[in-house]
Design a protein around this ligand. Structure first.
Ligand code: ATP
Length: 269
């Protein structure tokens, strides 16, 4: 039993309601239904090709499912473009790092703030004072993120010159700079060594505790998933085969079957 198994859950923040998604003849998601609760850490797990990234893409507006609804704080977000979904308070990181490699860490994080900027390039002159005040506020927020993620020493470095593990951390920072209420992380620890993974797990817990941000992560490392998640959704061939606390999911025969004999066999079960 982890410290998170005993959490009691309030009304859902997001309802994933019978989501169906096909690409031609490929059915990537079949009537997937589960809830995401505010302030929790929820993992989506499953073998390769199970539909995990497709589901994240449906939530962030990159894919439009043919069936079902996704309600965020009561509002159906299907059909909204990604920038509108981001403005509602949903941020994400990607499986393959998507940062501006020739810009500094601070500038990449400032880009994460742009959805909150009211003063655009046309608001010079009369609104100059307001734009300056806004800039100071955004910089202060970014500095908080830099402190939380312990990246002060690399703040002026070009992202392209950083190690893979640090780039993943900066990408997390950029999503966090949006000050989201829901943070979607697609394999935040992929390709990391044990120490980097432990750091990343600690940062995810810190973000969740400090800001109360709900976190949904896709992760293959079952040790990490079982340690930090309040709830786990298990996908296989586009279907939800189990959903519950880590303890419930790891003892579910369907989950054990899905992982038996596979490349990503579940350790520590
Ligand atoms: N843009 C696309 N066009 C066609 N098929 C796609 C597309 N995106 C996903 N699929 C298909 O949908 C299915 C689910 O893929 P998805 O990437 O969501 O799985 P996953 O669980 O994230 O896998 P992995 O763990 O390997 O990242 C796969 O059969 C995949 O080939």
């Amino acid at each position: 039993m982890t410290h998170r198994d005993s959490v009691t859950l309030p009304a859902p923040q997001m309802e994933i309601d019978h989501i169906g998604l096909s690409f031609g003849g490929v059915r990537a998601l079949l009537s997937v239904t589960f809830n995401i609760y505010p302030g929790t850490i929820q993992a989506i797990i499953g073998p390769n090709g199970a539909g995990k990234t497709s589901l994240l893409n449906c939530i962030s507006g990159l894919y439009r499912p043919q069936q079902g609804q996704i309600r965020f704080e009561g509002r159906n977000i299907i059909g909204m473009p990604p920038h509108q979904i981001a403005r509602l308070g949903i941020a994400r990181s990607f499986q393959n790092i998507e940062l501006f490699r020739h810009m500094t860490v601070v500038d990449n994080l400032m880009l994460g703030r742009h959805i909150h900027m009211r003063s655009g390039i046309f608001s010079g002159g009369l609104y100059w004072g307001r734009a300056q005040r806004e800039e100071v506020e955004h910089r202060a927020f970014v500095e908080q993120v830099i402190d939380l993620l312990e990246i002060q020493s690399i703040r002026k470095k070009m992202v392209g010159a950083l190690s893979y593990g640090l780039q993943k951390r900066v990408e997390l920072g950029r999503a966090l700079a949006m000050n989201p209420r829901l943070l979607l992380l697609d394999e935040p620890m992929a390709g990391m060594n044990t120490e980097e993974k432990e750091d990343m797990a600690r940062f995810i817990l810190d973000i969740n505790e400090e800001y109360g941000t709900t976190i949904v992560l896709i992760e293959h490392d079952m040790g990490v998933v079982m340690d930090i998640s309040d709830r786990v959704a298990v996908l296989e061939f586009g279907q939800l085969i189990a959903y519950g606390t880590p303890a419930e999911v790891r003892s579910d025969p369907k989950v054990i079957d899905a992982y038996l004999g596979r490349e990503h066999a579940m350790p520590r079960m």
